[in-house]
Design a protein around this ligand. Sequence first.
Ligand code: B12
Length: 253
Amino acid sequence: MNPNLSAVMDAVAAFRVLAGQDKDCAAYIRRFAGTESAAPAAAPAADGLSLADAILRGLRKETAALTARALETHSELEVVDRFLIPALDAVGERYERQELFLPQLIQAANAACEGFELVKKRIAARGAESVSKGKILLATVHGDVHDIGKNIVRVVLENYGYTVVDLGRDVPAETVVEAAIREDVRLVGLSALMTTTVASMAETIKALRASGHTCKIMVGGAVLTPDYAAQIGADYYAKDAKQSADIAKQVLG
Ligand code: B12
């Protein structure tokens, strides 16, 4: 074996992954991402670490601690909009540029979830109003497993006093229609995070309309635009969780 041949060393790197010798594929990712910044999450937390860095490096404990610190000076939704979402956006952009790979995307998502959990607990602790203002159905559409955003929307809506029926993620159109009729909801919220699953969202809206059940439909998720939401027949587009509460107020009072 000639270790000076890059192709040979590439094969060795791949072997180490397959043989389970390369924890979290860290060496492999470092080799192929070819950037310093894509260093594995195992690095110890340095002082002065920002919340964004902690998420980017998939550091769960540090993310929780730094989120708690941010919550001392910012409201829950500010922490979501100003720190957690931008950090995940940066992770997504690096993933797209192939500087980060799926294991790191997952690590970053898991770290971010620690932050979102704290935020959700804080919002929930304020206590929802005891009389429900109405029922809202939520789902992430078929083919899509992204549910962090939907879950934030749920907590905010519940906090505003609405009852939420959450169908979870990767939900087929028929399941949404059945539940909308069964629960007799006047507002359905759909989430989609990928260009590929926006088509499922369109299909779900079509199925809801075809069922004859009259309800308003609000949609959200990073890939959507107000124009596209209108084009696929949604009644409302929400940029963030706060807007979902404004829409609910408009529809349900
Ligand atoms: C975290 C994450 C993951 C996690 C998801 C964990 C989970 N439980 O959700 C994991 C690692 C599992 C994952 C997997 C994949 N992911 Co991913 N992921 C992301 C990432 C980095 C962040 C998404 C997120 O949670 N944001 C934070 C939340 C709070 O924001 P949000 O969802 O936008 O929600 C807010 C608003 O949009 C709005 N909202 C959202 N939904 C709704 C619904 C309603 C009703 C309302 C009113 C409002 C509303 O309110 C929310 C709160 O303010 C994005 C990048 C990005 N910039 O979005 C990529 C991204 C979405 N993923 C991507 C891809 C490609 C994938 C995979 C296919 C990767 C793979 N090769 O397997 C798989 C998909 C599997 C599948 N079938 O779904 C791409 C999609 C590309 C595209 N344009 O289609 C992105 C954009 C990354 C990229 N730039 O390439 N992913």
